[in-house]
Design a protein around this ligand. Structure first.
Ligand code: XMP
Length: 326
């Protein structure tokens, strides 16, 4: 639309003025905000931008490929993918407490991202000091919530990476700081981003790590990824994506129950469907999904996902339940 294209023009001009001939780095999370922010900066300064995507191994089926292939194809952005899944899984070994998981994932994420940043600066060699900007997908509601003010990100590296600057300082580029979520989606569409990214429902930073109740490991992630993919596929096929806010699928990895399948007894794990309706995630109600959709999801998951023999539905509003289980 006219207004959306004028927002794009305005932001592109502002980014060019701010960044000049220097370089910028943007972390991609797979979410809408970072993708649209990166696409705007790419439109403005092209290859002066490098995006960094940390693959923590906790994404849902197909999401990493969406960033690596579809997003790059749509924008032509320069992307560095850091496959850190081994590292995250090792750090999560033996950890079942939700807060511990969140802290560990957050800590590892910052370490890996900062290291990638420092490497990019070092690779730029003498021009390293020109990597002066960090792009962030901060939205207007975030700005208001945090009391406003632009800033700099002062990033300390505590790890031993030979020859890298000890202390990197970046000026922030925040092209979405005047926009609401729906406007961000419109800008993303205007920039030609893939529909799967522009319309993506919220997904937590710690990913599937906080949707496995119990210890996180590769096998459990694989089980949850398959169950989640089936639920998403059926909800999309039923045309329910706009109606629900999101639908976490949770694997109760420490719970087992007896079942019967074919001519044998099973002793498997339950998954819980957590479809919710909400305006802002502060409060939520459980979505009254059609029974036939629930039936299809349940039948497919128990038939197709080895290790899962029961599907449960969470009928708790928020409060008292949070949307995520951890
Ligand atoms: P809760 O579980 O608190 O979730 O009701 C509210 C909304 O926030 C999402 N969520 C997160 N998003 N990092 C994020 O970026 C996180 O650590 C995180 N935890 C929860 C959740 O999916 C829901 O949309």
């Amino acid at each position: 639309s006219w207004t959306t294209s004028s927002i794009v023009d305005e932001q592109v001009a502002a980014i060019r003025a701010q960044v000049g001939d220097k370089r910028a780095i943007c972390g991609l999370s797979g979410g809408v905000d970072s993708a649209v922010a990166a696409a705007l900066v790419q439109r403005a300064v092209g290859s002066q931008l490098t995006c960094v995507y940390v693959d923590h191994g906790l994404m849902r089926k197909g999401e990493t490929e969406q960033v690596e292939k579809d997003f790059v194809a749509a924008t032509g952005v320069r992307l560095r993918v850091v496959d850190a899944s081994e590292r995250f899984l090792r750090a999560l070994e033996g950890i079942a407490d939700p807060e511990d998981k969140r802290k560990i994932i957050g800590r590892e994420f910052i370490r890996v991202f900062e290291r990638a940043q420092a490497e990019l600066v070092a690779e730029a060699g003498a021009a390293g000091a020109d990597v002066a900007f960090l792009v962030q997908g901060t939205l207007y509601p975030d700005v208001v919530e945090s009391g406003g003010g632009t800033g700099t990100a002062n990033i300390k590296s505590h790890h031993n990476v030979g020859g890298l600057p000890e202390d990197l300082e970046f000026e922030l580029v925040e092209p979405l700081r005047w926009l609401f979520k729906d406007e961000v989606r419109m800008v993303g569409q205007e920039l030609g981003l893939p529909e799967d990214i522009v319309q993506r429902q919220p997904f937590p930073g710690p990913g599937l790590g906080i949707r496995i109740v119990g210890e996180v490991n590769r096998e459990r992630l694989e089980v949850l990824r398959e169950a989640d993919a089936i639920a998403r596929e059926e909800l999309t096929a039923a045309g329910l994506d706009r109606e629900i806010w999101q639908c976490p699928v949770v694997l109760l990895a420490d719970v087992r129950s007896v079942g019967v399948q074919g001519d044998g007894r099973t002793y498997g794990h339950p998954v819980v469907l957590r479809p919710v309706s909400s305006d802002d995630a502060m409060t939520a109600d459980w979505s009254r999904l059609p029974y036939d959709v629930l039936a299809r999801i349940s039948t497919r998951i128990t038939n197709e996902v080895t290790g899962v023999n029961r599907v449960a539905l969470d009928v708790t509003s928020k409060p008292p339940g949070t949307i995520e289980w951890e």
